[in-house]
Design a binder for this molecule. Structure first.
Ligand SMILES: NC(=O)c1ccc[n+]([C@@H]2O[C@H](COP(=O)([O-])OP(=O)(O)OC[C@H]3O[C@@H](n4cnc5c(N)ncnc54)[C@H](O)[C@@H]3O)[C@@H](O)[C@H]2O)c1
Length: 380
């Protein structure tokens, strides 16, 4: 019998914000053994939420030993290496800075601070303290997104003619849906839907080096009031939909790039799309058809070809190669990338969004707000 190498010690992770995303992380860690080639193993050791009742769900997770309602009490624990923070945007800066100053590394939720100034302060503090920080953006870990990224990065597209990156919801179409923090500028940020969905659309273009030099934005507020859940109504003052028409200079040529973020896109639940078309090749992918990758090639005829994708994730798993991945798989892949990169073992695989990329997306949304205010093209 060959001796198995001793398993390396687990990286101890804590979650601040026990809402939707905090549970996804616990779930991903709970089936970590599905990963075949991730060199790092996480263990969820602590959870914190200002609502004590939100902690209860985590009592079924056997590794969790710290249950706190005060983030400082959690961060004072020595047996935590990494903290994942998933709280409303107005809480990002204070909590992210506390995590960094407590000596922990950070997987931050997007948009990485309520606005550009906050994002820059968080980034600068992480650099000053030398902490490892990345920002949550999971859709690029889809096999289709990875293929689209690799083709676009290869230079095979030829001269790029146009780019479109979109993230579409319809969860706000019901006017009777009560207000929540994401629909209020004071808590979500003035950028509204761009704070909410923007990193999802900007991550791949920024990673490809396609940084807009100027843009024009069309922002829409569709429902201006919502029920407050107590029989009255309150203002709903965030931007619901954003269409950002950007220009990116590629090989000295101006190329149009559309960045589309919508909370009110009828028929769309959670649709992430990316398309880049050049003179020689093109690529198009949408989570609407998660197994389908469309690629264009110019031959004697012009062809859009369909590839049926399988489970070709960056980190290999026990799942057979013919199956299709879903949202929980992406969270797991993103965490595998975060932990592997932190350990210096990413090995050429796609890494999580960086603080620089998070700041760069905020620069876009600040320019988009200026464009909307002045109804003009804004230079970046
Ligand atoms: N990556 C993704 O796909 C994705 C999806 C949804 C949300 N998000 C992001 O995750 C973050 C949270 O969103 P959500 O939908 O999970 O929100 P949520 O409202 O479901 O959960 C937030 C939790 O944070 C808690 N909280 C608030 N202030 C706190 C504080 N100071 N200390 C400790 N706990 C506090 C709340 O009680 C709540 O339980 C946001 O930044 C959002 O943009 C990311």
């Amino acid at each position: 019998m060959s001796a198995q190498p001793a398993p390396s010690p687990a990286i101890r992770v804590a979650v601040i914000g026990a809402g939707l995303m905090g549970r996804e992380v616990a779930s991903a860690f709970g089936r970590w053994f599905a990963l075949l080639d991730c060199p790092v193993r996480p263990e969820l050791t602590g959870v914190c939420d200002v609502r004590a009742e939100a902690l209860d769900w985590f009592r079924q997770v056997p590794t969790v030993r710290h249950f706190e309602t005060d983030p400082r009490a959690l961060l004072a624990r020595p047996d935590i290496d990494v903290v994942y923070v998933a709280v409303p945007h107005d809480q990002h800066e204070a909590l992210y800075l506390e995590v960094l100053r407590a000596g922990k590394d950070l997987l931050a939720e997007k948009p990485f601070g309520i606005d550009l100034a906050a994002a820059r302060r968080i980034r600068d503090e992480a650099v000053r303290l030398g902490r490892f920080v990345r920002v949550s953006s999971e859709f690029p870990f889809l096999p289709g997104a990875q293929r689209a990224f690799r083709l676009a990065a290869s230079g095979a597209l030829g001269r790029i003619i146009g780019v479109r990156s979109a993230f579409l919801h319809s969860s706000d179409l019901d006017p009777a849906k009560p207000i929540n923090w994401k629909r209020q500028s004071a808590r979500c940020g003035e950028a509204g839907v761009m704070n909410d969905l923007g990193l999802h659309v900007a991550h791949l273009p920024l990673r490809l080096g396609w940084r807009p030099r100027r843009l024009y934005a069309q922002l829409q507020k569709i429902y201006r009031e919502r029920p407050d859940g107590r029989g009255g109504t309150v203002p709903c003052d965030t931007w619901d939909n954003a269409l950002v028409h950007a220009t990116v200079d590629l090989s000295g040529e101006p190329v149009p790039m559309a960045l589309e973020m919508k909370r009110m896109a009828p028929g769309e639940t959670n649709t992430w799309q990316f398309e880049a078309v050049g003179t020689d090749r093109g690529v198009r992918y949408s989570t609407k058809e998660p197994k389908t990758l469309w690629t264009y090639r110019r031959d004697k005829e012009q062809l859009w070809e369909r590839t049926d994708l399988g489970f070709d994730t960056p980190f290999k798993t026990v799942t057979g190669s013919i199956f299709e991945p879903g949202f929980p798989d992406l969270i797991m892949q993103m965490w595998a990338a975060f932990l592997a990169e932190r350990a210096g073992a990413l090995g050429g695989r796609f890494g999580c969004a960086t603080p620089e990329e998070a700041v760069a997306q905020h620069e876009l949304w600040a320019a988009a707000l200026a464009s909307q205010r002045g109804q003009r093209v804004v230079d970046l």
